[in-house]
Write a protein that binds this ligand. Structure first.
Ligand code: 13P
Length: 258
């Protein structure tokens, strides 16, 4: 199988810092990443923890950087008595363009169901944000031969709630749970196969949107495995965890997304 292609979609590389960093790190890392991306064509987005969104945004603005800003989660609610929650409107106010919904760590740690994830997707778009909806199977599900059923079930819940047209303003991230933070990345063949299934599902509903929507891969992407993964036909970029915490490794991945 020839997995290589010339991408028509602009690649997106997003760094999900998860619950890491502090003010000094956020400033330094944003500056260092900005310095390294000037000659690259990929869209690059930083996704710091909520308390550092403003710090990163100020560093982006000070440098007149083309780096984008995203958040890791949002509330399904628009406003009101929901202690500890952060609304989509607040994230817009802080200058975010993107927000993750349905990351597997939130599905697991906070019991977010497919329906909750779909409601967050809708809430993000209602606020004017572009959701990056995360899909992925566990190792047990893969070993039971359920990968496509699980991933497409997660996707179908969002299509049912938001409609296929909503994917004109959304990104899909395929992140196999067993590959996150484990150092065990999916092979390019494994990843491409699931990405193709995801795109086919969108195409079944709208051929145009299926051709346009970016489907990015996450799970132990590093500079050494990024070139192979990112050159697959249906892989339009990466959602990077651990390797996004160091400018050199994050930039190494960005350079692979040509
Ligand atoms: P790692 O790159 O650390 O495996 O994390 C991937 C991820 O979960 C990004 O959202």
């Amino acid at each position: 199988m020839n997995l290589m292609s010339t991408h028509k979609r602009v690649p997106l590389i997003a760094g999900n810092w998860k619950m890491n960093g502090d003010t000094a790190m956020a400033q330094t890392l944003t500056g260092a990443v900005d310095e390294g991306i000037s000659s690259l064509s990929a869209e690059v987005v930083l996704i710091p923890p909520h308390p550092y969104l403003r710090v990163v945004k100020e560093a982006i603005d000070d440098r007149q950087s083309r780096l984008g800003l995203g958040a890791q989660d949002l509330s399904v609610h628009e406003k009101g008595a929901h202690t500890g929650e952060v609304s989509g409107a607040m994230l817009m106010d802080l200058g975010c363009r993107y927000v993750l919904v349905g990351h597997s760590e939130r599905r697991a740690d906070h019991h977010e169901t497919n329906e909750v994830v779909a409601a967050k997707f809708v809430a993000a778009q209602r606020a004017g944000l572009t959701p990056i909806v995360c899909l992925g199977e566990t190792l047990a599900e893969r070993e039971a031969g359920q990968t496509d059923a699980v991933v497409l079930g997660q996707l179908d819940a969002v299509i049912a709630a938001a409609g296929i047209e909503s994917f004109a303003q959304a990104v899909i991230a395929y992140e196999p749970v067993w590959a996150i933070g484990t150092g065990q990345t999916a092979t390019p063949e494994q990843a491409q196969s699931v990405h193709a299934s995801i795109r086919a599902r969108i195409r079944d509903n709208s051929d145009t949107i299926g051709g346009q929507v970016r489907v990015i891969y996450g799970g132990s992407v590093k500079p050494d495995n990024a070139p192979e993964i990112l050159s697959c036909e249906d892989i339009d970029g990466g959602l990077i965890g651990g390797a996004s915490l160091e400018a050199s490794s994050f930039l190494g991945i960005c350079q692979a997304a040509l």
